[in-house]
Design a protein around this ligand. Sequence first.
Ligand SMILES: Cc1cc2nc3c(=O)[nH]c(=O)nc-3n(C[C@H](O)[C@H](O)[C@H](O)COP(=O)(O)OP(=O)(O)OC[C@H]3O[C@@H](n4cnc5c(N)ncnc54)[C@H](O)[C@@H]3O)c2cc1C
Length: 532
Amino acid sequence: MIFDQSHDYVIVGGGSAGCALAARLSEDPSVDVLLIEAGGRGDGWVVNTPTAGVFQIPTTLNNWAFETVPQAGLDGRRGYQPRGRTLGGSSAINAMVYVRGHRADYDHWAALGNPGWAFDDLLPLFIRNEANERLGGPWHGQDGPLKVSDLRTDSPLHQAWLDAGRAMGLKITDDFNGPDQEGIGVYQVTQHQGERWSAARAYIEPNRQRPNLRVITGAQVERVLLEGRRAVGVQMRLGGPRVQIEARREVVLSAGALQTPQLLMLSGIGPGAHLQDLGIPVQHHLPGVGENLQDHPDFVHGYLSESLDTVGISLKGGVRLAQNIARYRRERRGMISSNFAECGGFLKTRPELALPNVQLHFVIALVNDHARELGLGHGLSCHVCLLRPSSRGSVRLGGPRVEDTPLIDPAFLADPADVDELMEGFKLSRELMRQPSLRAFWTRELWQAQANTDDEIRALLRRRVDTVYHPVGSCRMGRDPMAVVDAELRVHGLERLRVVDASIMPTLIGGNTNAPSMVIGEKAALMMRAAG
Ligand SMILES: Cc1cc2nc3c(=O)[nH]c(=O)nc-3n(C[C@H](O)[C@H](O)[C@H](O)COP(=O)(O)OP(=O)(O)OC[C@H]3O[C@@H](n4cnc5c(N)ncnc54)[C@H](O)[C@@H]3O)c2cc1C
């Protein structure tokens, strides 16, 4: 094969995991690392300014903005799947909530036959990843690349949220990432002095001067190049022409839970029959590629509000916004530094449960259809999602070219048990939002108002549930025939090819997935350096 360029490690996808991996590998000056990202540089004010960042979610700005296939469990609706398309990946468009997940989830991964992935194995990596401005040891790091801070919004809604939790006798916490996840609290965010801290800002920007770290943006990889069972490089499009890049040591796919399986399948690695249907020569039959897709099904309660402490579209709100913009320019504080999903909680819907089974995101604006529907006025929202759904979906190719949107099927609410469990979360979160301290901030319940009987609630869930943006699991780590990578993240049956991103999670974690994806990158770097 004739190559246009050659590097030791070629990493495809500059997202949460890919940025962490590239930075850690290139700490060793004797290796040279190439990071390839399809999107742009991700360093503009829209990315960095927290409230501006929200405009990326309903649009194609730095966003692949995928749709799912029609979901039988959601009355045949198509779900929405925003995914970051820029250096920093989804961490450049996400809600900045800093959460690691529950220790039991990682212990479960290890118990499934993945040594080295128990919580106690990963805690030092979470600490190494983190620069927390308030919290320190033994649970938190203060010297890592990822800045984590308290919100700088000074919102009265925080107190109202905590008071509502107290009124219901719920635990109150000031740290969702300490020894006990359960409780109601205000989220810490991946921000520094009121600005977003994406994976690119954490891991790539400070290391731009390294001669052994090359970053290419605006280049979409089309496939992995194989020689027999060995990955030798990738083929990508850089603007018009096709370019072939050699990986002298390894190719790493970090394109995320939806596009890593897509790239494997485009390279002839995946379920043989599916590839043959599309005319793709089967290089390696690996039936688990694209299977086991899991995502948190999420329902959003909506409320109208007259409070100008919420973000909305109104004349008075416009004046307030202008004042807040001026304040943000001066101090990097106030409403413009909001991540919207400011407060939340991890709760058990039944006291006998061993772990919290639902997560709440309390949002200081009205969220309707991922902010794709906007109306006049002000409002509030409370998301409730199911942390460990039973439903399993898949990612399949939509066609034989990388431009063909993958067929994404999270199979939301396919298992009726998920509907019933989420219904418990619905009732709990609605009760919380009706507590006097929060009731004072809203004037009317919206779409959930008429859902009172269990059947009405189930029907409403099927009408409105969608993602809270945590797809994982589509290139699952494990040892069985349906596993795609081993515990060192090497693709089964092939050489010099790894997967390093959220797709390797065997099961969903109970929490948000950005920091865990970075830690997957951190861990991969350690394993790859040890392998030499
Ligand atoms: C709207 C939204 C809100 C979220 N909110 C939170 C939150 O508040 N807190 C939290 O912890 N998590 C949140 N998440 C989830 C979290 O950000 C992701 O789980 C995490 O970033 C995934 O990391 P990754 O490395 O697996 O993939 P990504 O970060 O998505 O990176 C994949 C990268 O690969 C690139 N790529 C794909 N295909 C190709 C190709 N063919 N060639 C080259 N490059 C390619 C993509 O452009 C992208 O940059 C949110 C996600 C979204 C979308």
